[in-house]
Design a binder for this molecule. Structure first.
Ligand SMILES: Nc1ncnc2c1ncn2[C@@H]1O[C@H](COP(=O)(O)OP(=O)(O)OP(=O)(O)O)[C@@H](O)[C@H]1O
Ligand SMILES: O=C(O)C1=C[C@@H](O)[C@@H](O)[C@H](O)C1
Ligand SMILES: [Mg+2]
Length: 178
């Protein structure tokens, strides 16, 4: 296992960003356990406050979702303890969120199209994917890639491997930038 000593000393939040299916939620939870930090998932918090994201899109539309998401993200990034925070895939569309991220330690998780195909399923819990999840995922990836990279202190390239191996890679990368 990769040592976590210096990383554990970091005072800032570690924020995971990246495309849908990149592992922000799953890997974020495992990374938090490894570092002994709280894990916060902004999508989960949104659901706890507003109910299902898919239903919210149907009832209120994407613009309203983005406005509420921005508020949830601002609250959670202002956490009292350094945490691991997994952001919703589209959170970085908000200029206000990008500004807040500039003072946090931001990790972009990347994945291949093939991994996205395997992981997204029918896309039914991700309303932005519509009826053709892989085509939508590719289009959205292309639209957002530059924003993800601009926000990231560390980019973790796509790789095969377990969730724990992904955590190892992130811990090593964080130690290298610190
Ligand atoms: N390294 C990995 N190896 C195998 N499966 C993985 C890996 N990382 C994530 N997965 C799986 O891919 C799926 C999507 O992962 P996850 O929900 O964590 O992505 P996400 O980035 O949070 O997506 P979203 O933006 O939609 O919230 C899950 O079923 C998860 O178990
Ligand atoms: O990439 C996106 O736009 C989204 C990703 C998910 O995390 C959710 O926040 C929601 O389904 C929208
Ligand atoms: Mg997620």
């Amino acid at each position: 296992m990769v040592g976590t000593g210096r990383t554990q000393d970091l005072a800032r939040n570690i924020v995971l960003i990246g495309p849908m299916g990149s592992g922000k939620s799953t890997v974020g939870s495992a990374l938090a356990r490894r570092l002994g930090r709280p894990h916060v998932d902004t999508d989960h918090f949104f659901v706890a406050r507003h109910g299902s994201i898919a239903e919210y899109f149907t009832t209120h539309g994407e613009e309203a979702f983005r406005a509420e998401e921005e508020k949830v993200v601002a609250e959670l990034l202002d956490s009292p303890r350094p945490s691991v925070i997994s952001l919703g895939g589209g959170s970085i569309l908000s200029p206000r969120t990008r500004e807040t991220l500039s003072s946090q330690l931001v990790v972009m998780l990347d994945l291949t199209e093939q991994q996205a195909r395997q992981r997204l399923g029918d896309g039914s819990t991700r309303p932005v994917l519509g009826d053709d999840p892989v085509s939508s995922w590719l289009r959205i990836y292309a639209e957002r890639e530059a924003l993800y990279r601009e926000c990231a202190d560390v980019v973790v390239p796509p790789a095969e491997g377990t969730i724990d191996e992904r955590v190892d890679t992130i811990v090593s990368a964080l130690r290298a930038v610190h």
